[in-house]
Design a protein around this ligand. Structure first.
Ligand code: B12
Length: 505
């Protein structure tokens, strides 16, 4: 069997990093880890090829090579996924689809031959066995979660790592919390399931052997879901692994209670982590209680962020406006919080209800789901009818984005961060590519960019006050350029048209 693994194209979004990638000569941010894992689960004798449409184009020759196409994707890749499915159908190529988009919205994909949903570790063997017997079904669902201690290492051999800005690796699935707008617990459970340190070290060794020395994203829902295991087993193994290695800086996602454990933060920094994404959501306690993000309540979130920065981990934060309890004062409060915190990468979204979340169920009952979920929570739209009214919410949202991603607001945050951030223990080695990105940023941001004044002020300030942070300052300038472009093009100047997706809920 010839299996063609297909990853649909991402539109330009906050997380696509499109405008930043060109500075470092890369095509996409991350390889498709789900598909690489699926590839590793296929029978050994089958031929497998990957076309990630974010780095390559898909030709009819690729399609005619294949006996079957396996497609993955998130909701934000929906349009590209539909195009691929239509192209396969035109060539009579059977399509097998799985991953978040299809698992959350199977009813939307009646034209797909086989929907192999939920975790492939559970559903793919059943599909393969039926296929062998000649009676593959239309849909496969799982009633249990897999043991990821048995999950094989992703098939890294299928990707050209040089085309990506970062590699990705998964240690655990699941999250102990229960936020109303997130469906991670439904998809992956409450009890974090973990790979063994031996599995992770083998995956890292594989990535390192390809010559990779840059960043590696631990794509866990909540990396610190089981702190005891982490501190006793994984982090000591990572610290040891790093001892005779160059580069390979880690980043991950975690909950705010990481700030309560100095020892944990210190171990993570020693192990090579330099950033952590945290869902902060709101400075408003009532809104946090509304969305059941109770672990963020009864604490001083600003002090927490500062403590994490001082440990050597840069916080990237998620924020939401449009909760039922939000009043118009929330917009300025969010701006003040973000500016004071020094959180440079602030993903601010209007509250959206992705299918499969408890929020979606609640708002469906209240008849407040207005249209299909766009899949991009930073596009300045929402699929719900907000309590405060859509016009007021949109205007307030735009005022936040305009403020925090203006050159002045953005670069002020970078300085706030750099003043507090402890220098990282593990850094990326200087490479030709990194030199090139320095020259490109000096030219494109420092001479042509709207933010040229702030750019040079930052460079001079960093040279004098925090020279060791120069690489961080340059990287954040490049990110800032991307965020500003996305905001100007897609959120502020040209708000997207009403979604033309079918309203099928
Ligand atoms: C890492 C991550 C990101 C990264 C990188 C994404 C990337 N390009 O790889 C970043 C930070 C960029 C990101 C961004 C976003 N993300 Co995100 N992300 C994740 C996260 C935490 C891990 C994804 C991952 O790599 N998992 C590891 C692999 C091994 O798992 P997997 O891909 O799910 O694959 C398994 C199965 O799904 C299945 N499978 C997958 N593909 C296929 C294909 C076939 C044929 C078969 C049979 C099976 C199969 O088998 C695999 C093995 O079990 C997930 C949550 C999660 N735990 O999955 C959210 C998740 C995918 N993101 C989500 C969302 C909503 C977003 C954002 C809108 C913002 C946000 N709130 O996070 C943006 C959208 C992107 C954009 N605008 O460009 C949602 C997607 C929901 C949906 N219906 O699409 C998820 C599920 C989180 C959630 N709370 O619901 N994300």
């Amino acid at each position: 069997m010839n299996i063609l693994l297909l990853y649909p194209k991402f539109p330009d979004t906050f997380w696509s990093f499109t405008y930043a990638l060109s500075f470092i000569g890369k095509k996409a941010a991350f390889p498709p880890l789900g598909l690489l894992t699926v590839a590793a689960l296929l029978p050994a004798g089958w031929a497998r090829r990957l076309v990630d449409l974010n780095v390559d184009s898909l030709t009819d020759k690729d399609l005619s090579w294949a006996d079957m196409a396996f497609i993955s994707g998130m909701a934000v890749q929906r349009n590209s996924a539909r195009e691929i499915i239509a192209r396969c159908a035109a060539l009579n190529l059977k399509v097998v689809a799985g991953g978040p988009l299809f698992t959350a919205e199977p009813d939307q994909f009646g034209d797909v031959d086989h929907l192999v949903l939920d975790e492939a570790e559970v559903t793919l063997p059943a599909f393969l066995s039926d296929l062998q017997d000649g009676h593959p079904q239309k849909i496969y669902r799982a009633s249990n979660f897999c043991d990821i201690g048995d999950t094989p290492a992703p098939s890294w051999d299928l990707v050209n790592t040089r085309r990506y800005a970062s590699m990705n690796i998964q240690f655990s699935r699941g999250c102990p919390f229960n936020c109303e707008f997130c469906n991670v617990t439904e998809l992956f459970g409450h009890r974090p399931r973990m790979k063994t340190p031996e599995q992770i070290i083998a995956e890292l060794d594989h990535i390192y052997a390809t010559g990779w020395r840059s960043s590696i994203f631990f794509v866990d829902d909540n990396f610190i879901g089981n702190k005891g295991y982490l501190k006793t087993y994984l982090l000591p193994a990572l610290i040891e692994w790093h001892q005779n290695k160059t580069g390979c800086v880690f980043l991950t996602e975690a909950s705010i209670n990481i700030a309560d454990d100095t020892n944990l933060m210190d171990m993570m920094v020693k192990a090579g982590f330099d950033s952590v994404f945290i869902g902060i959501e709101s400075p408003d306690e009532v809104s946090l209680a509304e969305c059941r993000k109770t672990h963020n309540t009864h604490r001083d979130l600003l002090t927490d962020v500062k403590r994490i920065h001082r440990s050597g981990l840069q916080v990237m934060g998620g924020f939401i406006v449009g909760f039922d309890n939000d009043t118009p004062s929330i917009f300025q409060r969010q701006i003040d919080f973000i500016q004071k915190s020094g959180i440079v990468t602030a993903m601010v979204g209007m509250l959206q209800a992705p299918p499969g979340t408890r929020l979606f169920e609640r708002l469906m009952q209240e008849r407040r789901v207005a249209k299909a979920f766009s899949g991009d929570n930073v596009d300045g739209t929402t699929n719900i009818v907000p309590r405060m009214g859509i016009d007021r919410l949109t205007a307030g949202y735009q005022s936040i984005m305009k403020n925090i991603y203006s050159p002045k607001g953005y670069y002020q945050r970078v300085v706030t961060l750099l003043k507090e951030l402890k220098a990282p223990e593990v850094t990326q080695p200087l490479s030709f590519q990194r030199f090139l990105s320095l020259f490109r940023s000096a030219f494109r941001i420092g001479f042509i960019g709207k933010e040229r004044l702030q750019y040079w002020q930052l460079m001079i300030w960093t040279l004098i006050r925090k020279r060791s942070m120069m690489p961080v300052a340059i990287t954040l300038s490049i990110y800032g350029y991307h965020y500003r472009k996305i905001c100007e093009l897609y959120i502020l100047n040209e708000p997207k048209e009403e979604s033309d997706l079918p309203l099928s809920y």
